[in-house]
Design a protein around this ligand. Structure first.
Ligand code: NAD
Length: 470
């Protein structure tokens, strides 16, 4: 697999300061497919200095020119769609079909949306006798996870660029090759040197150095709640802005009036997509006690078409999970579910193949709200089905975790579902299968995070106001 033996800093590929490397492993085959440099604090410092040097020029660039560069970035990614999809499949293990339809495509749409927003956004506002200027916050440190490797980068870099910020990206160690392709697209798009920099490396070294760097003005992090807490504390101590997109344990609430078959089928698809490695996945399905058995049967039937297999197979719908650690972690959750008395309907800890980090798509029934599989983020293809007695009970269960990232409600009509959704403590709710909207704000209530991504709300995260009184 193609890999750069260097870092993208100041508009060029530069050798890393240290000799360390990170092996990139294909999770379907367990083979090492490439090596990339393990960046150190020295590399991070060089990247932050490049971003700082580029900041005044980029911040002063007219929004129309920033829009033009974002359009060029969108086009450069679109031109590489196939290479991006192949690379995501190789290092993440997602089915090629999904890599093309989602991993390589959504970032193109998001970059395009920010090209439009950069051109149309009101960077000045009049309030009484004041003119309020929306100015870029400065140098952004973007620390991203592996689950949607390109989307997570673009969801931070595109709004930062639209705002006039410059960026240092530290991608996840499991998926650095996609990040290097992104850097190539940045270069092709003609962004001035230093506006976007990419430093590969581990979280503990390069990530920590970026989060703690005194010349970074805003840290935007997506990943686990544990690391988010650390980064939030570091940023708080330095009185630095921070955005945290963390975990989730979202509820899929099927009200009694819903089209049960449709809701269950969509719920299973939602959890199995990307091998369950989606922070907003509806991993808890809530069904009224009168229709519970029917729902469990429908889920078992639906999941039968999600056999884990070779991601290059056109029919494959579930690949492996990303690495050995996640494989062990997800199986540990399944073990715990069985030990706590949940009923295993299908799947389980037994890996379906000898090679590759595969998990059999798993459905648990008779899950009660206090069980660990109903409370903890699993990040694997595991669905828990819970029963409720009435709407208040459903709401208590839906809101009864530390998380609040997403959710779904199904009912006979949209207004009934929306009335329930208004009472949910969560940042996004899909009503009767509503489609993903790349312009709607995405982010968490409670421990799912701080701040919002996407659309105009995502852009506002990278701006600070200055009021001029006349
Ligand atoms: P993680 O939080 O450890 O890693 C995410 C990013 O943070 C990576 O780039 C990593 O290198 C970096 N990082 C790690 N430690 C750091 C530190 N001390 N300082 C600065 N940066 C650091 O996540 P993971 O290990 O890849 O996954 C573990 C769990 O996180 C998963 O099981 C899942 O529950 C959750 N997760 C959530 C999301 C999400 O989108 N919310 C994405 C990936 C993983």
């Amino acid at each position: 697999m193609k890999a750069h033996n260097s870092m993208y800093i100041g508009g060029e590929w530069r050798p890393a300061a240290g000799p360390g490397t990170i092996a990139v492993v294909n999770p379907a085959t367990e083979q090492v497919i490439a090596e990339v440099p393990a960046g150190t604090a020295e590399d991070v410092d060089a990247a932050v200095r490049a971003a700082r040097a580029a900041f005044p020029g980029w911040a002063a660039t007219a929004p129309a020119e920033r829009a033009a560069r974002l359009t060029a970035l969108r086009d450069a990614m679109a031109a590489r769609k196939d290479e991006i999809a192949e690379t995501v499949t190789a290092e993440l293990g997602s089915p090629l079909r999904l890599s093309k339809a989602v991993h390589a495509s959504v970032p193109v749409a998001v970059a395009g949306s920010y090209a439009e927003l950069a051109a149309s956004y009101a960077f000045e506002e009049r309030i009484g006798n004041s003119t309020v200027l929306m100015e870029p916050v400065g140098v952004v440190g973007a620390i991203t996870p592996w689950n949607y490797p390109l989307h997570q980068i673009v969801a931070k870099v595109a709004p930062a660029l639209a705002a006039g910020c410059t960026v240092v990206v530290k991608p996840a160690e499991d998926t650095p090759l996609t990040a290097q392709l992104f850097a190539e697209a940045v270069h092709e798009a003609g962004l001035p040197a230093g506006v976007v920099n990419v430093v590969t490396g581990t979280g503990a070294v390069a990530g920590q150095a970026l989060a703690a760097h005194e010349d970074v003005d805003l840290v935007s992090f997506t990943g686990s709640t544990a690391v988010g807490r650390l980064i939030g504390a570091t940023a708080g101590a330095a009185i630095k802005r921070v955005a945290l997109e963390l975990g989730g344990k979202s509820a899929n609430v099927i009200l009694p009036s819903a089209d049960l078959a449709k809701a269950v089928k969509a719920g299973v698809a939602n959890v199995m997509t990307n091998s369950g490695q989606t922070c907003s996945a509806w991993t808890r399905m809530l069904v009224h006690t009168d229709r519970y058995d029917e729902a469990v049967e429908a889920a078992a039937a639906a999941v039968a078409s999600y056999r884990a297999g070779d991601p290059h197979d056109e029919l494959c719908r579930v690949g492996p999970v990303v690495n050995a650690t996640q494989h062990a972690r997800v199986r540990g959750h399944i073990d715990k579910g069985v030990a706590e008395g949940a009923r295993l309907v299908t799947g389980g800890v037994e890996p379906p193949y000898d090679t590759g980090y595969f998990i059999a798509p798993t459905v648990f029934a008779d899950v009660t709200p206090e069980m660990s599989i109903a409370q903890e983020e699993i990040f694997g293809p595991v669905l828990s089905i819970l029963r409720y007695e009435d709407e208040d009970d459903a709401l208590r269960i839906a809101n009864g975790t530390v998380y609040g990232l997403a959710g779904a409600v199904w009912a006979g009509d949209d207004s009934e579902a929306a009335a329930f959704a208004r009472r949910m403590d969560t940042g996004q709710v899909d009503i009767n299968g509503g489609r993903f909207n790349p312009l709607a704000p995405f982010g968490g209530y409670k421990q799912s995070g701080v701040g919002r991504e996407l659309g105009a709300h995502g852009l506002a995260e990278y701006l600070q106001t200055k009021s001029l009184q006349f």
